[in-house]
Ligand binder design. Structure first.
Ligand code: WQD
Length: 342
């Protein structure tokens, strides 16, 4: 049974990916220093899988600490590297913290991969590398625009680091996955997005609906889109998770054309903010309390994926539509309220 190291395994996408990996026969360990992740998520994942998943609370930007993790697990066959800070506004406030953590941890992980002979790496990237793409749907060959934030810059640099690592280390492979907008939760409602003060849309919608927030603001309805609000490609977190399992297996099987491949992970459908709210209202049966406010600085107007490459080369097929995404996000918020976790 191949042992896989998931860094950031106590985070939103990391925890859901651990579940999908384990469901598909992989032996998984997690490394998460809980600076952003939640230790409780590890307990929840273990409960969901009915087996304990070990988390190593390692600061991956510390080279020596990262090394001890690999010394303790010489049988690691693959790494999925999620661990990173990912708040756009925070990255603007504290760029050096972002470069030190996001770039430092990636470099340490790749150095250990080389030293310990781990030849299969999956790197968590983001559609934010595209910025405001000139043509839509956006393909993996689209030119990368200037990063809109230090966070996006760490993803662009991270991809370059992965490509250069592979060039300099024959036999090593890195699969780069560019997520569009991950949303929703595992159907069990045992795991989901845990964030007391989210900045992203869907948890703000569900927190408004459940009453944690009195109301929410739609950041602008005067864009050049079908209803004036921004367009995004929302993708269910379990579809994202499964793409990682497929990518890892293809890497282990040496079944990808090049040693460093990039894939878009989106449904290929653009959905506006107002359409998402309408989908949520029909799923929940609630009227959401929102107002229309000014545009948010740095927002991309429209972005959605061409996911042909992931569908053909990874055999990936997103299963969840926007209704199912809203249903699982809402079920998760309601489950949290019941547990009064907050
Ligand atoms: C989506 C839309 C907002 C909140 C971010 C990161 C990106 C990636 C995905 C990590 C926008 C609107 C939001 C609100 C609103 N993260 N909105 N009211 O900005 O597309 O991408 O998450 O990889 O790097 O930047 O996601 O959910 O913040 O915004 O109207 O209270 O919802 O203006 O149009 P975004 P988001």
């Amino acid at each position: 049974m191949s042992k896989i190291l998931v860094t950031g395994g106590c985070g939103y996408i990391g925890s859901h990916t651990i579940v999908d990996l384990a469901d598909h026969g992989f032996d998984v360990i997690s490394a998460d220093n809980l600076s952003r992740g939640f230790g409780e998520m590890n307990e929840r994942v273990s409960k969901l899988l009915e087996k304990s998943i070990q988390n190593y609370p390692v600061d991956l930007s510390d080279a020596a600490a990262t090394r001890t993790l690999f010394e303790a697990n010489p049988d690691i066959e693959g790494i999925i590297h999620f661990a990173a800070y990912k708040s756009v506004p925070e990255s603007v406030e504290a760029p050096l913290m972002y470069y030190k953590n996001n770039i430092g941890s990636l470099v340490n992980i790749l150095e250990c991969a080389r030293e310990f002979g781990v030849k299969n790496v999956v790197f968590s990237s983001s559609c934010s590398v595209y910025g405001n793409a000139d043509t839509l749907p956006v393909t993996e060959t689209a030119p990368l625009k200037e990063a809109e934030s230090p966070y996006a810059a760490t993803k662009q640099m991270g991809e370059q680091i992965c490509a250069d690592f592979v060039k300099g280390n024959p036999g090593y492979k890195v699969v780069i996955l560019r997520y569009f907008n991950p949303v929703g939760a595992h159907e069990s409602t045992l795991i989901g997005e845990m964030n007391q003060r989210p900045e992203n849309l869907v948890p703000i919608v569900t927190q408004t609906a459940i009453g944690i927030r009195a109301e929410m603001t739609v950041f602008g309805n005067d864009y050049d889109t079908r209803d004036g609000s921004c367009v995004r490609d929302y993708i269910h977190v379990m579809d994202i998770a499964h793409a990682h399992t497929l990518a890892l297996q293809k890497s282990i099987d040496n079944a990808l054309p090049k040693d460093c491949e990039v894939f878009n992970l989106g449904t290929g459908e653009g959905v506006t903010v107002l359409e998402l709210i309408q989908a949520f209202e029909s799923v929940s049966g609630l009227k959401l309390n929102y107002n229309i406010g000014p545009r948010r600085a740095g927002d991309v107007i429209k972005v959605y994926a061409d996911n042909t490459k992931a569908r053909t080369q990874l055999g990936w097929q997103p299963k969840y539509d926007i209704t199912a995404m809203m249903q699982t996000a809402w079920s998760w918020e309601q489950a949290l309220a019941k547990e009064a976790v907050r």
